[in-house]
Design a protein around this ligand. Structure first.
Ligand code: PLP
Ligand code: COI
Length: 353
């Protein structure tokens, strides 16, 4: 892999006490090209605009998949990745569904590790802060016919992010729009899934809600996920999350919280969860807590759930009694090397250069 280091770092432009999500990318980026059936030209180089033909297939037919992951610092400013092999596997599951080539593990992992090593000063120091990493794969053929591309570009860029300050969410259970459909691409981290959620999300925001709780597209009676998060419900003394299926993006945060909850002795269930069970739980006071989780937000709990125009409030319990907050702390402690890592999730980044 070729490495070209910048002579003009932009790091002094960043106020690490006041970071906004995604505004400033780190000094370098990783690129690798898939051409004539082969991966080639892997390079780490200074972050810059890329030159793409307006004919490129990605613009017209949306052959684009991506990942979201983070790097964290510990007290000694060592840098750690969290379960990167899960993101590697997921981008290739997404790529397969969109008829794109799979990325070899060596390209994904070496590109990732070396890029974050070179930009390790960009990983913020404080607990909860992190460097958000965005690997993505796009179709590059310069042709307007609707067919899968032959050429692709895989890139990794990153941006420092602040600790996400929790605010209780007002949720709407969606009954008209859908995020995904049976046989579709819901399980993939396909760029188009996000584009299609923007309009219904804006409508929900105009009604005063923060996020949409997506339900199955054919009956709108089964809970799927929340905006860009997976969901958990603390119902009848069990922590329940909808079982991952072809409509749901199987989240790495969700998987990790399930393992942590199990270790805490919490009774967990991954199963189909109906809207009526949630509404019944709200009416009878059996639903104590509900929250969303994902790499960007970590964990965010719900204040209200609205269904068919009726707003239900969740119990107003103190933060130190919330399962969501307990699990979030356990997760962040592992991510920041503040606690043991019994699951082997942390990957300490070597210094390559
Ligand atoms: N669901 C959707 C649609 C997402 O975009 C995300 C975020 O990546 C998640 C769930 C949570 O996944 P993860 O925990 O792997 O970030
Ligand atoms: C994440 O949580 O990593 C996501 O991908 C959300 C993102 C679309 C901002």
């Amino acid at each position: 892999m070729k490495i070209e280091k910048t002579l003009h770092s932009r790091i002094d432009e960043i106020d690490f006490n006041n970071i906004s999500f995604g505004n400033h990318c780190s000094d370098h980026m990783f690129c690798s090209e898939f051409r004539n059936g082969e991966w080639k030209n892997s390079i780490i180089k200074p972050f810059e605009n890329i030159n793409i033909s307006p004919k490129s297939l990605v613009f017209h037919y949306g052959q684009a998949v991506f990942e979201g992951m983070k790097a964290y610092k510990d007290k000694n400013e060592e840098v750690f990745l969290f379960r990167p092999e899960e993101n590697f596997k997921r981008i290739n599951r997404s790529a397969k569904r969109l008829e794109m080539p799979s990325i070899p593990e060596s390209i994904f992992m070496n590109g990732l590790k070396k890029l974050i090593d070179i930009d390790r000063d960009w990983v913020p120091k404080h607990y909860g802060q992190s460097l958000y990493i965005r690997p993505f794969l796009i179709a590059m053929d310069r042709v307007l016919s609707a067919k899968p591309s032959k050429d692709y570009l895989f890139m990794i860029i990153s941006t420092p992010v602040d600790a996400y300050y929790e605010y209780p969410l007002k949720i709407k259970i969606e009954e008209k729009y859908s995020r995904s459909a049976s046989g579709g691409v819901g399980f993939a981290k396909a760029a188009g899934n996000y584009a299609s959620s923007f309009y219904p999300t804006r409508l929900a925001r105009e009604e005063g809600f923060d996020q949409i709780l997506w339900t199955d597209s054919s009956t709108h009676t089964w809970i799927e996920e929340l905006g860009t998060m997976n969901v958990f419900f603390w119902l009848k003394n069990k922590l329940i999350t909808p079982r991952a299926n072809e409509n749901i993006l199987s989240g790495i945060t969700c998987k990790s919280l399930l393992a942590l909850a199990k270790k805490e002795g919490i009774d967990i269930e991954e199963r189909d969860l109906s809207v009526s069970e949630i509404i019944d739980g709200l009416k009878k006071g059996a639903l104590k807590e509900a929250f969303g989780c994902g790499t960007a937000v970590v964990v965010n709990y719900f204040q209200t759930i609205s269904y068919q125009g009726v707003n239900f409030s969740l119990p107003d319990i103190p933060d130190d009694q919330r399962t969501s907050i307990l699990l979030k702390k356990k997760l962040l402690d592992i991510q920041h090397n503040f606690s043991e890592d019994p699951f082997g999730w942390r990957l300490k980044l070597k210094r390559f250069l």
